[in-house]
Design a protein around this ligand. Structure first.
Ligand code: GLU
Length: 522
């Protein structure tokens, strides 16, 4: 979808490149192309959604392209249908990619498992230039190396044994069909690079790679994450890599490979962690961080995006209550710092109400009313005896009241305490409750007469009338309220009586009171 050009965008692009240049990190690419590159190993969680969102916002704020690439080279970890689910959840969140497995694009395919020829050709290039070699070490030998390192309390490290095989030795093993991997000859990265969030970085600052020559192509012929990631970013002309902070440590490896290929690397921006409110990692609580779960619970996707962005930085103003489209203008990678941010689950409902309120007060009002009607109809079916509660004007009034402070989801309107809004109380139960008080009929009839005179049927006015009557007749307030509640609702709890009356409206209130009075003998 083509978005209208933003006034400030050209200028902010210019400022951005000048700033980046100031940090010695000007992009080689003139067009912004960013990618979200998840592995299809399960459901998308909040951390992944945040990465996708920042990539989307970065692309949209710079007239760039947002690409979805599926990194499925680890065949052992693939979960069936994960790709479709990922695409559909991104769609739900509004983060629709310009290029993706389902949308296609000029740089596809967008599933790594369909790009194997590209990795084979690229590995061949590195073999020819001497940056890669065949390694025939058995899993048993590697396991021994790992155990020895563990005994010495060191990081496991490949000892680069096969680096020194002669081409004749390699040929021999190949002709005997000895399984092999391809390893990259790793040399410590001497030069620094600039991360757009973390600033100037050195290999030492990210935790020097101690693992020795690393694998780029596995025995099954599939590339490793590192290799495929670099090859794809290059061939897909990715200008900026915005990804989670946990990948910072991989960057030196990636840069080494770019150097070996003689390719220009993209600019890197690692996004600081978002944590649970208690400071623990998001992955520790899988249950409540799956995006699918928020979708199932009928959250507004914008509320979830706000949830992720009202903590931490990256914006020039508050994103609370803002839509995805509005967030584009507020997005600024320059304001992002390396501090991790903690989610605030207690704000989630509040954020959802803000968006529901916005929708209700927009051209989507009819849609919200219709949705409520369906919900009520489905939930109460034949318990809704009075069809006027399903009329649009009634529902509209209820929503107007409820969205002000009562509910954060439309489903909240189906809670027990609000049942009175939709369901007429059972007259036999009302009778039973009221028959305990001998003066009930008169009191209710008097109340009807008093309320009939109220013109503006609002909570405060209604309350005043009820209080006055209670005083005049010297009634016990508590008992009087229980009596009125019984006429209006089957539930013992809920909003205050005056508030209930306001929500029901004058006609409905008087109707319920009158019918209760009529059911009594005295
Ligand atoms: N496949 C990696 C992941 O699952 C992508 C990391 C990157 O963006 O380079 O997050």
């Amino acid at each position: 979808m083509a978005l209208p050009m933003r006034k400030s965008r050209l200028f902010s692009n210019f400022v951005y490149f000048v700033k980046s240049y100031g940090k010695l990190s000007v992009s080689y690419y003139s067009t912004v192309r960013v990618r979200f590159a998840p592995s299809p190993t399960g459901m998308l969680h909040l951390g992944g959604l945040r990465t996708a969102l920042f990539n989307y916002l970065f692309a949209r704020s710079r007239d760039g392209k947002f690409i979805l690439r599926i990194e499925d080279t680890d065949q052992t970890r693939i979960v069936p249908e994960a790709v479709q689910k990922l695409e559909s959840v991104l769609q739900w969140a509004g983060l629709v990619p310009d290029e993706s497995p389902s949308a296609g694009g000029s740089y596809g395919p967008y599933l790594q498992s369909q790009r194997l020829h590209l990795y084979r050709d690229s590995a061949e290039m590195l073999l020819k230039s001497g940056h890669c070699y065949h390694c025939f070490c058995t899993e048993r030998r590697l396991e021994l190396l790992r155990k020895e390192a563990a005994r010495r309390g060191e990081t496991p490290r490949y000892d680069n044994k096969c680096r020194h095989l002669t081409s004749q030795e390699v040929q021999e093993k190949m002709s005997q069909n000895v399984p092999y991997v391809l390893r990259f000859k790793y040399e410590p990265l001497e030069s620094a690079w600039t991360d757009l969030v973390y600033g100037v970085m050195h290999e030492k600052s990210v935790g020097e790679s101690l693992e020795g020559d690393f694998v780029v192509v596995k025995t099954d012929g599939y590339p490793t994450y590192h290799f495929a990631n670099v090859v794809d970013d290059h061939f897909m002309k990715i200008s900026h890599v915005l990804r989670g902070e946990e990948w910072t440590i991989s960057t030196p490896k990636h840069l080494q490979m770019y150097k070996a290929f003689g390719w220009e690397p993209p600019l890197y921006a690692h996004l600081p962690l978002i944590l649970n409110s208690d400071g623990t990692k998001l992955s520790k609580r899988q249950g409540d961080i799956k995006v699918e779960m928020f979708k199932e619970k009928n959250y507004d996707p914008n509320a979830i995006l706000n949830y992720l962005t009202t903590v931490g930085r990256g914006f020039t103003g508050s994103t609370e209550g803002k839509t995805l489209e509005e967030m584009i203008d507020l997005f600024s990678l320059d304001t992002l710092t390396s501090h991790s941010a903690r989610l605030q689950p207690e704000k989630l409902k509040h954020l959802n109400r803000k968006h529901l309120y916005r929708k209700f007060h927009s051209e989507q009002k009819q849609h919200i009313i219709e949705e409520t009607k369906q919900l009520v109809h489905k939930h109460y079916t034949d318990r809704v005896t009075d069809s006027h509660v399903l009329e649009s004007s009634y529902i509209e009034r209820i929503l107007d009241w409820a969205l002000d402070h009562r509910i954060s989801h439309l489903e909240d309107l189906l809670s027990k305490s609000l049942e009175y809004i939709w369901v007429y109380p059972d007259i036999n139960k009302v009778k039973f409750l009221l028959s305990k008080n001998r003066k009930c009929k008169t009191i209710i009839q008097d109340t009807v007469n008093k309320l009939n005179l109220v013109e503006t049927f609002e909570e405060s006015m209604v309350k005043e009338v009820l209080m006055c009557y209670c005083k005049e007749e010297d009634l016990k307030m508590k008992q009087y309220m229980i009596m009125l509640r019984g006429c209006l609702s089957e539930q013992k709890e809920g909003p205050s009586i005056a508030e209930m009356m306001e929500t029901l409206g004058k006609l409905e209130t008087l109707k319920r009171l009158t019918s209760a009075a009529n059911s009594l003998k005295y």
